[in-house]
Design a protein around this ligand. Structure first.
Ligand code: P61
Length: 892
């Protein structure tokens, strides 16, 4: 498949940041405090913030890593050298002067290149430059040719006339990539060339403000016929080559939070700039920036990607299009940084834009940026998802029927009226009690990880290399990774902050206590033993509780769970309801145990021969199917009746609790933590792989009610895991788990997680792809038996299908069928499970809806040519858990 890339974000989420949720009453209060000026709101009062994109982007993981390798030396740091190399490579200029921000660069250039009484000329300037000019008693001549096809062009006749008339009064000519009109507009390369020629003829330096030069180059590539074949970087270089001095704010296209720099090839200019930078900024090799920030800028320069620029631009254009369709007057063409709506169309009075912004905030918690007569909607880079933008559009739609009163100025700040003025409404902002249909993710993106796109030929080679086993693929060869939801979550900024705070000390550290106390509180068990992950907890539990020859009753099986039960000498028995084995059977709680099957087992072997009952919540192998609270009560009752311990595999218990709230009669009004606690109250002990529910990348634990049992487990774990106070984990992992245990019970988070799964399922179902119904909590399972009905099970249909999906779309899935089931230890034959499935597992908080669309499209591609797909032959088979490392070849 060839993507009309970038249909989906060319990155995935690495760190999320919780969004503040305020009630309408709280928003009303915040607005009053802010004098009805949304600029005066605190950002923790704003749900979705489109007021200003500058410096509000999400950095990449490599940039965050860069923050960690800041060389905090005063002079000549390694970070400075990195920045110099990166800037030289992009812009071809030799001398670099860092500055603390864009206005620092504007300031030094102004002082280096102009003197008293002189004028600066160019296209529409930044407000920061205008304020500086005013301070030095100098002026700006804005020669923007707004009527041109490129609204950032300079009017060449006007420039020539001015140079002819008063050359000595002109200090320099500046071109802003993103002229400050209509949300940032480009100039053409031809215009820049003509400006450069004029400047040269009159010996005036040409300065390029390159803050948005990469976006500008992208637009030129799209719109100038002779630039189509050129890369964005070649165009950037061509623009930079025209200029004597280049400067930028790193808060623009580079997506950094702070910083700027100036570049030149002129030694004389450099010497002038160097003697200014030490006065106003810092030393010439750090320019008022910490080494870490310099490093983040250097990384950004290296990482700039055309796909990302294109994706951001596409997001903005789509937003403009949708708002126009709603009847808003959106300035055309859409700007490089954002778009602007004419507020006068909706509201009366001089402060219409402020009034409209206040109404939008009150309605939906969305902040736009009122500037003059227009309301600007700027889109921070890589921060918001499609759902967030859907929500914004829905809010603006609802706003159209809300009456908006005019505002009256009650406190003026002439220098910065837009940002600082206070108002009083002439009328009332009425409460609307709007209930949006779109429920966006309750977090925004804090850090991203770039995605890798491959060609079909590369994927063919990679899959061959991996022996048609998706476990053996390198993640670098995978575009969208649906292998597992285990350890693949995006952690939150709060989890990271906790990790940084955790002290790595010996023995029962503060981190251990925080972890234990949180698990005690959330899960309600007095004794908690950390393990390095879930299977380690299963190892300990099985060894301590099972006497060889005893039975263990389970609801279906999980690979590692059964492995440990059998290694301990246990006899595995499946007592799940029959519906669970039928992918087409609809049952709201397909993970339920069949109490009759359980009772039969107990009757048959005797209660003392049942080591324990192991009840898995949101049964993984059945399709992520929940267990009802009612079923849990029944099973617990049975266990108590016969004195058999009841153990939960509580790995996905939070997600199970959500299904109970959503599906079980009488549960709709209960809070998730409440349901969760009741659920847990029926178990004598639990094993947990924290790599799922708890939103961490590593970790697990055991928790029990019985002190003596805990002692035995602790002794056993010491041998294999680590000190009982860390379970073989770093202390920081303990606090990340503790924080995750709180985040996992947030109903908004759970809803957005489980709706993602349902969304993918719906896309496949609509096209007729056979899936396990109803879709579960963590994955969509494709029924390979029905997808490839012509293949016998011993030709590994699910294994083949997982390979085909990877080939088609770069999407990695997992076989859950005959390969996973393994061989019968007695007969040595394949176990031939009834379910022959491919699992598309959705990591938590990592992908956006558009990624799911792209994945679905790839799967439909495979579905369309399913009849031509043949079987596989196993050419290598390891003795246990064979699915991890077995190898296959396509049959002739
Ligand atoms: C998974 F292919 N699950 O779903 P550990 N219980 C349950 C799990 O889902 C689980 C563990 C215990 C994985 C990882 C995985 O055959 C496989 O922390 C209900 O992974 O040790 C793990 O927890 C074990 C994938 C494990 C497999 C075994 O992707």
């Amino acid at each position: 498949m060839d993507y009309s890339y970038p249909k989906a974000a060319p990155y995935k989420v690495k760190i999320v940041e919780p969004l503040p949720h305020l009630s309408e009453a709280q928003r009303q209060e915040a607005l009053i405090q802010a004098g009805y000026n949304v600029w005066r709101l605190r950002d923790d009062q704003v749900f979705i913030d489109l007021a200003d994109a500058h410096g509000n982007g999400a950095m990449s993981q490599a940039q965050w890593a860069g923050l960690m390798i800041g060389d905090e030396a005063y002079a000549g740091s390694i970070n400075f050298e990195h920045l110099q190399e990166a800037a030289q490579a992009r812009f071809g200029k030799r001398y670099l002067v860092p500055t603390h921000a864009g206005r620092g660069a504007e300031h030094l250039v102004l002082l280096a290149l102009s003197h008293d009484g002189q004028q600066v000329v160019g296209n529409a300037p930044s407000p920061t430059l205008l304020r500086l000019l005013e301070r030095y008693g100098r002026t700006y001549r804005d020669l923007t040719d707004a009527a041109s096809a490129f609204p950032g062009d300079v009017n060449l006749q006007a420039l020539e006339a001015l140079l002819q008339e008063a050359a000595e009064q002109i200090a320099y000519v500046v071109l802003h990539a993103a002229a400050w009109v209509q949300g940032g507009q480009p100039f053409s390369l031809a215009n820049a060339r003509a400006v450069a020629e004029l400047a040269r003829a009159y010996q005036k330096p040409l300065v390029l403000d390159a803050t948005h030069v990469f976006t500008q180059a992208l637009i030129l590539q799209e719109q100038e016929a002779d630039l189509k074949a050129h890369s964005v970087f070649a165009i950037v270089r061509a623009l930079a080559d025209l200029a004597d001095v280049v400067y930028l704010s790193a808060r623009g296209d580079l997506g950094c939070h702070v910083g700027g720099f100036i570049l030149t090839n002129s030694e004389a200019d450099y010497i002038r700039l160097r003697s200014l930078v030490v006065v106003f900024e810092g030393l010439h090799t750090y320019g008022g920036l910490a080494g870490r920030d310099i490093e983040a800028i250097a990384v950004a320069l290296q990482e700039v990607s055309e796909d990302e620029l294109r994706f951001h631009r596409g997001q903005l254009q789509a937003l403009g299009h949708r708002l126009r369709a709603l009847g808003y007057q959106v300035a055309e063409p859409v700007g490089m940084v954002g778009l602007s709506l004419d507020a006068a169309v909706r509201v009366e009075g001089e402060f219409a834009a402020h009034a409209l912004a206040a109404a939008l905030y009150l309605l939906a918690g969305v902040r736009g940026g009122p500037r003059g007569t227009h309301l600007h909607l700027a889109l921070p880079r890589r921060v918001y998802t499609e759902h967030h933008l859907d929500y914004v559009v829905a809010a603006l739609q609802a706003l159209q029927t809300v009456p908006v009163p005019s505002l009256k100025l009650v406190e003026d700040h002439p220098l910065q009226r837009d940002a600082l003025a206070r108002f009083r409404p002439e009328g009332t902002f009425e409460a609307t009690a709007w209930s949006p249909e779109v429920q966006p993710e309750p977090y925004r993106i804090k850090a991203i990880e770039p995605l890798v796109l491959t060609t079909r030929a590369q994927r063919e080679a990679a899959l061959r290399e991996a022996g048609w086993n998706t476990f053996l693929l390198r993640s670098q060869d995978v575009y969208i990774d649906f292998l597992t939801d285990s350890g693949t979550s995006a952690m939150s900024s709060v989890q990271w902050a906790e990790m940084m705070r955790a002290a790595e000390t010996l023995s029962y550290s503060a981190a251990y206590h925080r972890f234990v106390e949180t698990i005690q509180e959330v899960y309600g068990f007095p004794y908690v033993l950390p393990t390095h992950q879930g299977r380690a907890a299963e190892h300990v539990l099985s060894q301590v509780l099972i006497r060889p020859g005893q039975y263990v009753a389970n609801n279906m099986y999980f690979t590692t769970t059964r492995e440990h039960q059998e290694r301990a000498g246990g006899i595995f028995v499946d007592v799940i309801i029959d519906e669970a084995h039928d992918p087409a059977a609809h049952h709201p709680f397909k993970g339920n145990m069949d109490p009759e099957k359980l009772r039969d087992l107990i009757r048959r072997v005797g209660p003392e021969q049942v080591a324990y009952v192991c009840l898995e919540l949101n049964v993984n192998m059945a399709g992520g199917q929940p267990v009802s609270l009612e079923n849990v009560r029944t099973v617990a009752q049975l266990c108590r009746e016969f004195g058999i311990p009841l153990i939960f595999d509580a790995t996905r218990a939070a997600e199970n609790a959500y299904f109970i709230k959503a599906r079980e009669p009488g549960m709709q009004d209960r809070a998730i933590p409440d349901i969760f606690r009741e659920l847990m109250s029926y178990a004598d002990g639990i094993t947990v792989s924290a790599k799922k529910d708890l939103l961490v990348n590593i970790g697990g634990f055991l928790a029990v009610r019985d002190a003596a049992l805990y002692r035995r487990m602790e002794q056993f774990a010491l041998r294999f895991e680590g000190h009982p106070a860390d379970g073989g984990l770093a202390r920081r992992d303990l606090v990340a788990m503790a924080q995750g245990a709180r985040e996992m019970l947030d109903v908004n988070y759970l809803r957005s997680r489980i709706e993602q799964v349902a969304y993918l399922a719906a896309a496949l179902r609509k096209a007729g792809v056979p899936i396990v119904e109803p879709p579960g909590g963590h994955a969509v399972f494709i029924d390979a038996r029905r997808f490839l009905p012509h293949l016998p099970q011993d030709q590994f249909p699910a294994q083949r299908l997982a390979g085909e999906i990877y080939l088609a779309a770069g999407v990695r899935a997992m076989e859950r069928g005959i390969v996973s089931a393994g061989r019968d230890p007695e007969t040595g034959q394949h176990k031939y499970p009834r379910l022959e499935l491919v699992r598309l597992t959705i990591p938590r908080r990592v992908y956006t809806q558009r990624h799911l669309d792209v994945a679905a499209e790839g799967i439909l591609d495979v579905f369309a040519r399913r009849e031509q797909i043949g079987g596989l032959r196993m050419v290598f088979e390891p003795p246990v858990l064979r699915f991890f490392t077995a190898r296959f070849e396509p049959m002739a």
